[in-house]
Ligand binder design. Sequence first.
Ligand code: NAI
Length: 503
Amino acid sequence: APSGLAYRVADLALAEAGRHQIRLAEHEMPGLMALRREYAQVQPLAGARIAGSLHMTVQTAVLIETLVALGADVRWASCNIFSTQDEAAAAVVVGRPETGGTPDDPRGTPVFAWKGESLAEYWECTEAILAWPSASDGTGGPTLILDDGGDATMLVHSGVRYEAAGAVPSDPRPGEPGYSEEHLVVLDVLRRSLAADPQRWTRIASAIGGVSEETTTGVHRLYQLAAAKELLFPAINVNDSVTKSKFDNRYGIRHSLPDGLNRATDVLIGGKVAFVAGYGDVGKGAAESLRGQGARVVVAEVDPICALQAAMDGFQVVRLEDVVGEADFFITTTGNFDVIRVEHMAAMKDKAIVGNIGHFDNEIDMAGLAAVPGIVRTEIKPQVHEWTFPAGAPGGEGDDAERGERSIIVLSEGRLLNLGNATGHPSFVMSNSFANQVIAQIELHTSDAYENEVYRLPKILDEKVARLHLDALGVELTELTKEQADYIDVDVAGPYKPDHYRY
Ligand code: NAI
C-alpha cells in the first residue's frame, strides 16, 4: 500500500460503492449513531487497540467506524471465509470521506478480509488482527478483542497453552478426536509462531483487557473456558443481551434466511415442505420466515421446552429420519454438529436444498458427503453446489434401497448461508447488536471491576439499547407514574424487569 497502511482486501476500487452503502446503513443504525454523538467528546475508547473478528459486512463497517469515532485503534478480519462484502471492506480501508483517503492513498482502518478466503488465508487474517507492530506497550498485540464465534479468542488461548507446554501437539489423524482440516491449519499457524517466538501469545494475552462476544456458539466456548478456570481475560457475553439474541438471532434470521435462499436458488418456497433443525432463537426466526413464504414447516428439537414451543406455534415437531424423503428445504440452526449426516442426504428428494445458519460448518457433514463413492460436485455458482449421487447409491426407502442418479443442492459449502449467499442481517437489527458491542468494549476498556469470568451487560444498558431504536419506528412509550412504579417495585426510569425475566 502506498500509504504504508497494511491491509488485505479484494479491491480498493470498490470503496466508493461500499461508501454509498455505509452511508445508507448509517441511516438505519440509530443506536450506533446515537453512541457516536453521546461519546464524541469523551472519547471513551482512546488508547484502546481493538482486534475485531466479525463478518466484514456493511453493518460491521458502521460498527468499526463507531469504535474509531470513540477513539479506538482498530484492526479487523471476518469470522467466516464467505461473509465479507468486498465493497464494505474496501471502504473501511480507504477511510471516511473526511480522512481524504483514496484507493491510491488509503487512510482508514486495516481490514484483512475478502469473500472466498481459503482456510489457510482465513487464519492468516485472524493472526494479522492480533499482531500490533505499533503497540506502545511492546506486547505486539491488542488491548481488547471483539469476537464472533470465538476464533480470535481461541487462537490466543491455544497459543498461550502451547507456549506453556513448550510445543504444539502433533496433528490428529482423520477419525481421531479433534480432527478437521481447519484444526490442522490452526495447529500449523501456532507451530510456526512458536518456532519464531516462543513467548508471543503469552505476551499478547498479557495486554488483553477483555473480549466481547457476539454469538451463541462463541459464548458457549467462553463459558467452557471459564468453567475450566482457563479464561485469560474478562469476557462480556453480548449475545445474551435481550436486545441481541431476541432480535438479531430471531428477527435478523427472519429476514436474512429467505434472502439467502432466494439469492442462491430462486426456488419458490411457498407450498413446499421446509425442515428446520433447532427451535432456539435462530430456529424460531427461520421457521417463522419460511411459514411466511407459505412453506409447510416442520421442526426438530432435542429440548422438550423448545419442542413444546414449536408445537404451540403450530409447527409439527418431527425427527429428521421421518421426513427426510419429503422435505424440499433443510435448514440447520442448532449450533451442534453432525445434525444432517450423509445417510440423511442420500435419502433426500432429488434437488432438495440443504443449508446451515448455525455458526460453524459442521452441522452438516460435508466431509462425509465428499467421501461418498462416485459422488460428483458441480459448482452452479460460487457458494451454490450440486452434489450428484451416482445411480445405485443407497439411500431412501429402506436402508439400502437402490436409487437412480439424483442430486441435492448445498449452500455455502455448509457454512452460514445467510452471510455466504446473501448479505447477512439488515442494518436496523444489527444496530441493536452492535450498540451492545460498543457499550461492552467501553466497559472493558474503562473498568477494572471485571475478573476473568463471563459477564452480561446490566439490564439498564440493555433497555438503553432498545430505547435508542424506538424513535426511528415511531414508538410512543408509556411512562409509569411514581405510584405505579412503586406498586410493581421498579424505578420509573427502569430497569423494568428482574434479571430472571425471559421476554
Ligand atoms: P439456541 O441455543 O437458542 O438454539 C439452538 C437450539 O438447537 C436449541 O433449542 C437446542 O435444543 C437445539 N438443538 C441442539 N442440538 C440439536 C439437534 N441435534 N437437533 C435438533 N435441535 C437441536 O441458539 P441460537 O441463538 O438459536 O443460535 C443457534 C446457532 O446460530 C449458533 O451457532 C449461533 O452462533 C448461530 N447464529 C447464527 C446467526 C446467523 O446470522 N447465521 C445469527 C445468530 C446466531
